[in-house]
Design a protein around this ligand. Sequence first.
Ligand code: N7H
Length: 489
Amino acid sequence: MHSAAGAMGTSVQGPGLNLDEIQGDVLLGLQKHAEAFLFFKIETIPLFKRWLHHYLQHITTIRQVQQRELTVRRHRQLGHKTRQSLYGLNMGFTGRGLNALVGTRRPRLDPSFEEGADGGGTIARLKDPPKSHWLPKFVSDRIDGVFLLTGPDPSSVTFHSNLLLNFLGTSAKVVNTEMGATRPGAERGHEHFGFLDGISQPGVRGLTSQSNAIREPDQGLPGQDLLWPGEFVFGYPGQHQEHPTKEGPPPEMAAPWMRNGSYMVFRRLEQKVPEFRKFVREQAARLGMDWELLAARMVGRWTSGAPMELAPLRDNPALGGDDKRNNDFEFAEDRFQRKCPYAAHIRKVYPRDDVNEAEAQRHRIIRQGIPFGPEVAPGETTTRYSRGLMFVCYQTSIERQFEYIQRQANDPGFVGGKRRPGGGAVMPGFDPIIGQAEGNGPREMDEPYPNYPAGNRRTTLEMPKQFVELTAAGYFFMPSITTLRSVLT
Ligand code: N7H
């Protein structure tokens, strides 16, 4: 996976971030070819606190992630092909976990966080499947927190998880374990539908290096807008409500110990890969277009990563792999969705200049997910093996960032105010990748067939079932190192 905040290095402008305090997955992303998610319940509070106190030294900070990235680069420059054995550990707590460690009279954090991903209100707001459809093991007991363990491959990550569990002893019990791993060979960096992932991330002022600081002082890589760190970590200025580049106030903290912490959203999203492929082929044949083009119009990028806005009719792998060009585009000039449908995944979840610029930047997230499950087996025409994405994202407001994005994906009316070439209003439809209709009901997407460069042929894609299904979810708070050492132990 690509490094989160884009290129590494020091940014010339921006507030100084406390790199030794922030957990490494939050802004940059732990180096990972494999990642274990250990969801646990605290059994004996004093024992757990003692364990935490001793084990704290193993938590990987942003500073370490930065240093490792330099080592990895040097290793590659010297022509080494082997993976380095870099292990990472981060941890987060649910509201119930914080109750156990801080006490039930602790300050209330973000309302969504307090309700939890498994709260009835959250499930209804997001149109998520009911808990009875989630992994039985995940819902078998209370979850107080999660350990994220990363490394070069699943077996060595399992070995390190077992070491951690040995030390943990009876202080906590693991309720459920999940393992993510990058896909093999040429599919590395691609998610299970086949698309290159980890291309577009918000840049972070004070952390992300700039490829052209003089001509584009508000961008990291071309097209990567720099955001104030308070959008992702507590204790720093956030985005201004009315201005896309000006500094805004730091996000409110219910308690001083939230400083240098972040909210993490976890979603285990199962992908129905054979069903997706079959559907796309059949619908492309019906519409009279190549299936690769239809799939790209559903996502907004080709499998190589090349964006539809810059390559509307055929894939351009050189463009897809070029991080100086593959994210340097906007949407507003594509007024009639001729190049990229309004409902395409990347246009729904980050509409860029389809909406007011300052507004677009108030709903950004840093994604740190990893695929899970085996490759599709020969002859597997309906899903037999569970596979998909362990979706992870970081933010300082779950409601304004992750949940807002998911609700837009579920809202056929977003983005509003668009017109047909002849003047009629457009109903863009659902995000075909992650949009959810009540009870996994039928969904529609407008204009799967391109009217490019002109034309006015009306087409609709009817999707009777989702290709991505939620099977477990959690909201966590990732505390700073000092908070782990003091308030929580
Ligand atoms: Fe998405 N996919 O393969 O189709 N995503 N996503 N995502 N996603 C992105 O630009 C995918 C999910 C975002 O800045 C790419 O890095 C799949 C959730 C955001 O232009 C691809 C799943 C949410 C972006 C996919 C999934 C988001 C983004 C292009 C689930 C939030 C950046 C690669 C199984 C609610 C948009 C890239 C931007 C990009 C796919 C989940 C959000 C290929 C398969 C749940 C913000």
